[in-house]
Design a protein. Sequence first.
Length: 619
Amino acid sequence: MLTLRLRLILLAIGLLALAPATAGAVTTAQLEALGGKPCSATSAFTCVTLTVPLDHRNPGDGQTTRVAFAIRPAGSNSKGLFVTATGGPGSSGISSADAYFGNYPESVRRRYDFVFFDQRGIGRSGGLDCPKATASSTTDAASIEAGTIKFVNACVAELSSTRLLPYIGTSQTIEDLESLRLALGGPSVWLIGESYGTQYGQAYAAAHPAAMKGLIIDGVVDLTLSGPDFWVGAAGAFEHDLDMTLALCDRRAACRRDATRSAGRVYDQLQARLARGPITVAFPLATGRRTNRQLTGDLLSAAISGELYGTYGRMMLQRALAAAGQGDLVPILRLAYSDASLDPQTLKPIADPSFSNAMYYGVDCRDYAYYSGTQAERSAAFLAAATAVDQRFPRIGGLTFLSDFPCLWWPGPAPDPTRPAPLVNAGIPTLVLTATADPITPVGQARAVYSRLADGYLITTTGGPHVTFGRGNPCPDNLVNAFLATGTLPAQRETACPGVNVQPYVAIAPRRATSFADLKQALTSFDTQLRYTPEHRYWAGDRPTGFGCGVSGSVRVTPTATGERYQLSRCAFTSGVTVSGSGTRLSSGRLVLNLVVSGRWSEHVRFVQSYDGATLTPL
């Protein structure tokens, strides 16, 4: 029997489908009829929660779930729905809706009804996650198999409900989007998918070709690959990017000088040490004190894999490895904590409402099958394959390949091992965006998908990050925006966009004050280290934070309406240059610090740093 609420929803869908106002444009009245409300006090989007079948393959059983969408109507001249499928799997599209929307020019914003969503189980569509289990697994020293089983059991136990787990694969969630489309009167769909969103976009296009008018996939997954084949490709791409990052450090004079030897040698020696066991590191806290922490192979892997995703992160990795070359492992730990979402002060998980690790596995473990036989046989096959991959790609390949190892124990029915047919997308223009240095969805996958499309356009960035649109490179951005605004397709089927592999290197702090010619140079270096400390550089800027300085002391950072405010307590990044005081940095980048300096210099000064240079005046 249908519930009263479900009947009302179905009635609303039927009435809206008949309403003439829905011909191609979402209206405020439609959203109100669906119970829409502002997503937040400052959001441009209206949030709608639809009741949909729990199992779209068996809707007659009457079981339902609720899925949240964020919609921003364009007006009566809309071309239809422009849907963004974000990455992961496990990310909340709604949490990024306003930021992503702001990246588009007005010529695009006024043409479409923008749609973002939280896939079932994620964010407003269930809020299932296991941050405690995830944090514990990062620092657990158990064997691979035992640690993985422990993580899966702890993660599932931490979930508020397991009811959704059999029904959160991509084949189910694309039907939630189709339910929204029908509820809005059946408008046409343009869809952009990034990373995992390319899986979602391809699956939706294959299932509902009549609805699709345009598809953009960026950081492309080749759905025809099996799970093991996908991860072999990713292992090779991560290894390539790590090798490239290390080699570029060697070719940059400042990086090579900071590392004291080849960056590759630094990495390999560190990896070999960690293979023998954890390394104890005196880690600086926001109190100004230090505490003993353990750097493990898993934490090194978290830092390496996390920072390789983008050109900026690769530079931050170079800096951390250069410091390791001098015997300082703190920067590696700082990056590891950031990439593992651990509070560096407490090692407790950092709440991230925009992403769910549990739903990453929830979706991936429904979408991909791994080996056959008993659970023990499948585990043995997975580990044997990982060993073979590790021999081919010894720096990071094996651990990359094991990314979906938890799927062997993840609860739910066995996934179908049959892979989807290649997407042809006849009659639907499809832009395929990729980067040659993409570590997780290698360029070869994008080229394979493009080669099978009936109307495909390949846009390849040299170097670049994982996912290229909206990341500051005008070449892919302009091509995508032209397609969306006016329907203009790239002039040729294959376009090469310039890009970089690694951002310019920023030197780490000299070890001693005698390296500086004068105090102004010393304080300029101090400002650089302050800005590039990972806890500060990757800070969200939404609440006060603090961290320990490299040599001694601490910093407190507080957000302000115009930038940020600093409180410095005996902070030193170079021995012999210790500062205390306070100051501000404006959003424009201008820094003003009133400081008491001790060590090589004993002075009370005002230090001002801007794009015009630095000034130093006595106080």
